[in-house]
Design a protein around this ligand. Structure first.
Ligand code: C2E
Ligand code: CA
Ligand code: CA
Length: 739
């Protein structure tokens, strides 16, 4: 007898005399939704139909329309009828299973075409034999075939897929792997199947993978990046996608694709690194800097104020361009790398040193809570830069200027912080360089005014409302004779009135407007000179200047197309290159020697004159003068101012000694000399005494309007000295507007 416990658990299965049939088998059969009968036969061998039912499950009862208890003892002939076409005499055998097609006869008198699989089961003691008859309904077959086909298609697909694919059972053992996975791990597929694939995950990733597997077994789809170690010991980054699956014959598990992303990640990491770093120095770049500043400027919950105690120091090398131009870009790069290394050592861990570009570095430092801390940090940076740098065997001494902005309480953007730091750097440079400036309200105010002036100047230039005045350059005497003119720009601001040229020229240089300004002045000067020439030829003007001099900033000179522009302007006015003189400063020549030199040589070859302006205030490297394409020197008025007639030679004061030296040097080099800023008869006398044949100064004439100048030319170009009192209080200078 089947035991009572079993029977009560499996209500629906018939109870009868299947004594000795394996309880586990009946357990399985009772739960199956497929009709199952257990039969025995009277004597062996006998055809299937002769057998009698000893047990039936609920599904069988349903099929035949009879309660399972009532099926017991029924002859199989009453339930199944062999079909005509099926081969005769399938006997229940003790050593093999049989399969045959029959009609199942239901209680309603219908018959259903089914297949029966019968296999022998010996009774425990082996005295008797039973057969288990599993009835396969046609729908089940189709469903199973479809399932098998789908599974095979999937297997084929996975097998040929280039994406490593695995099928794993609950125990995380590999039940199937495709060739791509075998290749990834570097072991044959047969060797991998049955092994725990977690052993291929690197140790410190394992717990993450175990957690992911737990989630997928709970029915989730999971993706994760992790690292595997292949058979050769190499670690590969993989992107794993896991989906739960039930594999017939293997139970619950999952299917996974394991994509090798090592190369892609390496590329992505490299790109991400490049996007955030300056490749020369390896420091964070502008983007990284802006990101850090944006973070710092964003108010954090719980923090008193954004950017509290954080200081931004922009460090700009004062004469880096000279290094780059003079020693070449490789030397420049070496200097930058060295400075980057030093700066990185001046800050504390957690602080940032970035290189947003060029010769600019930005430090973002915490704990700059008071001016002493700012001062100490700035000092450290200045000292770090100051230590000599060895390049190409040369020991260079560099100087830096620093602009400081404190972030505390700021509500502006990261870009604005960087711009403000730049303004502060500019202030430090304007104050002589080699120092630091904190951007306070005053500096900010001044910067704002300058920005407005720049905008207004741009507008004035585009409308052509910037004008020129002309200052005569004369052969000194009483009266003096007008030789040539210097064109000097003039701008009257609609609200602020006249702006001093040195102020707005400097602004124009910073805003890159100076090429426009210089070109505009040259055009006006050429137009005016051409008209005076014409009037002279027509006999309306008895005198005309030999040439007109224009000031050319280094930026203009170095700008693309400068020389072509000059030629074009001159030709348009019907003039020649010999009708103009280009005044360039020593400083501009020194800063971009090679580029400027080529341009000047070329224009000078075709007749243009070249003068060195403000001579004596710049580098004064007399040694290189002889190689420069230059016609004359304009001695700066700071030397002229201090000239006194008392005593000869050195006794006349150091200024006189310098002036004398310059004049004799110029003479040796075959250069002409113009003395600038001659205001008094005394200065004039000394100058003439030294043998200087050209003078430009208020003594003879201030810069004149076009109309006033025409009057001078009409009067034959003769100018009488009008000595000024030496105190500048008498000079009605244009209203001062500082930027
Ligand atoms: P600079 O080239 O040295 O021009 C001579 C300056 O000295 C002029 O000042 C002139 O008015 C002044 N000056 C002449 N004689 C005397 C004198 O006896 N005493 C005194 N105290 N000053 C005298 P200004 O017109 O104010 O120009 C200042 C500077 O602005 C110029 O110095 C030049 O560097 C620059 N500048 C003027 N026009 C232009 C221009 O069109 N382009 C460029 N790039 N710079 C210009
Ligand atoms: Ca000048
Ligand atoms: Ca000058």
């Amino acid at each position: 007898m089947l035991n009572d416990a079993w029977r009560s658990q499996h209500a629906g299965g018939s109870d009868d005399s299947t004594t000795g049939v394996d309880a586990a088998l009946l357990h399985f059969a009772a739960a199956a939704d497929q009709p199952v009968l257990v039969v025995s036969r009277p004597q062996a061998p006998a055809p299937l139909e002769i057998a009698r039912v000893r047990w039936a499950n609920t599904a069988a009862a349903d099929l035949f329309g009879v309660a399972s208890d009532h099926l017991v003892d029924r002859a199989v002939t009453r339930l199944l009828r062999r079909r005509e076409e099926s081969p005769e005499g399938e006997h229940l055998s003790r050593d093999r299973r049989i399969r045959c097609t029959v009609d199942a006869l239901t209680s309603g008198g219908e018959s259903r075409h089914v297949e029966v699989v019968a296999w022998p089961v010996p009774e425990r003691e082996g005295r008797e034999w039973f057969w288990v008859l599993a009835v396969v309904l046609p729908e089940d077959e189709r469903a199973q075939a479809a399932l098998r086909a789908a599974e095979e298609r999937f297997a084929t697909l996975a097998q040929s897929s280039p994406v490593p694919t695995i099928v794993s059972d609950v125990g995380a053992r590999l039940s199937r792997v495709n060739d791509a996975f075998a290749e990834l791990i570097g072991l044959p597929a047969e060797e991998l199947c049955g092994t725990a694939w977690l052993t291929h995950v690197v140790d410190d990733e394992r717990s993450g993978v175990v957690e992911a597997v737990a989630r997928v077994l709970a029915g989730e789809r999971v993706t994760l990046d992790t690292r595997l170690r292949n058979a050769a010991g190499q670690v590969r980054w993989v992107a794993v996608r896991l989906a739960p699956s039930r594999t017939p014959g293997y139970g619950a598990g999952f299917i996974g694709t394991v994509e090798d992303v090592t190369d892609r990640l390496a590329r992505e990491h490299r790109l991400a690194y490049q996007a955030q770093h300056d490749l020369l120095t390896g420091l964070p770049n502008r983007l990284a800097l802006l990101e850090r500043l944006t973070d710092l400027l964003t108010p954090q919950a719980g923090a008193p104020q954004a950017g509290s105690g954080v200081g931004v120091l922009m460090v700009d090398l004062d004469d880096f361009k000279t290094v780059n131009d003079g020693l070449g870009p490789e030397a420049g790069d070496a200097v930058l790398v060295e400075i980057a290394r030093r700066l990185a050592r001046t800050v504390r861990g957690g602080d940032m040193v970035a290189r947003p570009g060029g010769d600019e570095f930005v430090l973002v430092c915490a704990d700059l809570t008071d001016l002493d801390a700012v001062q100490a940090t700035a000092r450290r940076v200045l000292d770090a830069v100051l230590a000599p740098v060895e390049v190409n065997g040369l020991r260079l001494r560099l100087v830096a200027s620093i602009g400081v902005v404190l972030l505390e309480g700021l509500t502006c953007s990261a870009e604005e912080v960087v711009r403000d730091a730049g303004i502060a750097v500019h202030e430090a440079k304007a104050a002589g360089g080699g120092r630091w400036t904190l951007l306070d309200d005053e500096v900010r105010q001044r910067a704002r005014r300058a920005l407005r002036l720049v905008a207004d100047l741009r507008e004035a230039l585009s409308r052509g409302t910037v004008d020129v005045h002309y200052q005569p350059i004369v052969r000194p005497g009483s009266p003096a004779e007008l030789l040539s003119l210097e064109a000097l720009c003039r701008w009257t601001h609609p609200e602020l009135g006249p702006i001093r040229p040195d102020v707005f020229v400097e602004l124009a240089e910073r805003a890159n407007l100076v090429p426009l300004l210089d070109a505009h002045v040259l055009a006006l000067a050429c137009r005016d000179l051409a008209s005076w020439r014409a009037a002279h030829v027509a006999g309306d003007l008895p005198h005309t200047p030999a040439y007109v001099a224009v000031n050319v900033s280094a930026v203009s000179l170095a700008a693309e197309g400068f020389s072509a522009g000059v030629r074009q302007t001159i030709a348009a006015a019907g003039l020649h290159l010999r009708d103009i003189c280009l005044e360039v400063t020593e400083t501009s020549l020194a800063s971009d020697l090679r580029a400027c030199r080529t341009v000047l040589e070329e224009l000078r070859r075709d007749g243009a004159r070249v003068a060195i302006d403000d001579f004596g205030t710049g580098y004064s490297s007399l040694a290189y003068l002889k190689d420069l394409p230059v016609d004359h020197l304009k001695v700066d008025r700071s030397f002229v101012r201090d000239l006194h007639s008392v005593g000869e030679g050195v006794a006349g004061g150091p200024a006189r000694a310098v002036a004398a030296a310059v004049v004799s040097l110029a003479r040796t080099l075959g250069l002409g000399i113009v003395a600038e800023g001659v205001e008094t008869l005394e200065q004039d006398a000394v100058i003439r005494d030294l043998g200087c044949e050209a003078v430009q100064g208020f003594l003879y004439s201030r810069p004149l309007t076009r109309e006033a100048l025409v009057e001078v030319l009409r009067a034959g170009g003769l100018l009488h000295p009008h000595p000024l009192a030496p105190t500048p209080a008498h000079v009605p200078a244009p209203r001062e507007v500082t930027a």
